[in-house]
Design a protein around this ligand. Structure first.
Ligand code: HEM
Length: 389
């Protein structure tokens, strides 16, 4: 009796599983087709939106000044949150691996159209200071994923400085980090994102509301890519301006790339990456212990406004296939002893600012306009608090 029932039920049971299998298969196929269609549509939409020509001029949206004031409040809040015992640090790039002396030499045979601003005189050598840093607002272990910063200050630069109250500086700064694009497009998005981050949000800072049109998935991926594992040494990675600048009459981005071919051959001994400051150790090993200089090239990428190389959106990397980088100067970091308490304090008390410079290299675009107010406010705040101690 039991056997009969089993035999009778088996086909029904099997039929049910076959039916379920077919249903699941079809559902998966439909979902796959919808996914592929969505991906194709999103790619087409992205390509349509991100096509040239673009404006070669700045376009300042309404309300930018008020948004900038909000960002300053948040930045000062972050400085307060991250102060280390009694000392107030930078709001970003708080931890230095060191400040080193450098020489920036304009290419002796520089093409005429590239002779702009501080690169006007072929063969000229500028004395400079270079600060190498981690991006985080807190001086954390070097092994933690992060952006790495490089700030270069050319000294004794003649001519009118961009900031009217900084005329005595005579400087040209180049402020960069180790990723080609930024995790926000403009001031409005930066204001929303950084306020969310100061409130402890991380991934959710990129999802400001229920409306999917406000979700910044692409920008979240840029942020994740920016936070990369450490290089073996701060001398072994490329640093990008990210945002655009004037380059004489043109608009340009710049980058600084290691150039070992122009330095004595050197193999950095393996560093213990578990040590909190191993990037400082690596720099010290090369420059101070082994007395070997480090070499870089400084390169310019000029905007072709016929291509999608926007000024007002820092989340867009200017493609090298649209405009190549061209070397304008070589940077030599000579062997030196930089890691002393006095020099490290001096390094901490320096201020680098993309707006410390001359008209030929004026920072442009919303994120740079924002930086004009914020760097000054944060630098003044930390200096005044540290002076009170
Ligand atoms: C375009 C992308 C950016 C790059 C490449 C960049 C890079 C850097 C670097 C390398 C430093 C350290 C400078 C030093 O060594 O002293 C720095 C500092 C700083 N950054 Fe940025 N940054 C960018 C965008 C921003 C934005 C959008 C803000 C906020 C509005 C900001 C706020 C700051 C502040 C407040 C400091 C510390 C200034 C001081 O106290 O001296 N940065 N940045």
């Amino acid at each position: 009796m039991i056997m009969t029932t089993f035999k009778k039920d088996l086909p029904l049971f099997a039929r049910f599983w076959l039916w379920l299998g077919r249903l699941l298969g079809k559902t998966l196929l439909v979902l796959l087709c919808i996914g592929l269609l969505g991906w194709a549509l999103a790619t087409a939409w992205f390509a349509w939106q991100h096509r040239g020509p673009v404006s070669a001029l700045e376009q300042i949206p309404d309300g930018e000044a008020a948004m900038t004031q909000d960002v300053i409040q948040t930045a000062v809040r972050i400085v307060d949150q991250h102060r280390e015992s009694t000392r107030y640090l930078r709001d970003a790039h708080a931890k230095a691996h060191g400040c080193v002396k450098a020489e920036v030499q304009v290419l002796p045979d520089l093409a005429t159209e590239l002779r702009q601003g501080v690169f006007s005189e072929p063969g000229k050598t500028w004395q400079a200071t270079m600060r190498l840093s981690n991006g985080n607002a807190y001086p954390q272990f070097d092994s933690i994923r992060d952006a790495r910063g490089m700030a270069i200050k050319l000294l004794d630069v003649p001519g009118k400085q961009l900031l009217s109250d900084q005329q005595r500086r005579g400087e040209q700064d180049f402020v960069m980090f180790s990723h080609p694009n930024f995790f926000v497009s403009d001031v409005a998005e930066y204001r929303q994102n950084v306020a969310a981050q100061a409130d402890g949000k991380k991934v959710m800072a990129f999802f400001p509301g229920w409306d999917p049109r406000t979700w910044q998935v692409r920008h979240l991926f840029i942020a994740l890519a920016t936070l990369s594992p450490p290089p073996p040494s701060p001398t072994q990675t490329t640093y990008f301006s990210v945002s655009p600048y004037k380059f004489g009459e043109a608009n340009a981005k710049f980058r600084v790339m290691p150039d070992p071919a122009n330095c004595p051959t050197y193999a950095l001994p393996a560093q213990n990456q578990k040590l909190p400051n191993f990037l400082r150790n690596a720099l010290n090993q090369q420059l101070s212990t082994d007395r070997v200089p480090a070499c870089f090239v400084l390169q310019i990428q000029r905007q072709d406004a016929g291509k999608y190389m926007p000024i007002e959106d820092t989340s867009v990397e200017w493609k090298e296939s649209d405009a190549p980088f061209q070397t304008v100067a070589r940077i030599n970091v000579p062997a030196q002893d930089f890691d002393t308490p006095a020099l490290n304090l001096q390094c901490d008390n320096q201020s680098f600012n993309p707006w410390f410079g001359v008209e030929a290299h004026r920072p442009i675009g919303g994120i740079n306009r924002l930086r004009k107010a914020v760097y000054e406010a944060v630098s003044d705040y930390r200096h005044s608090r540290n002076a009170e101690q």
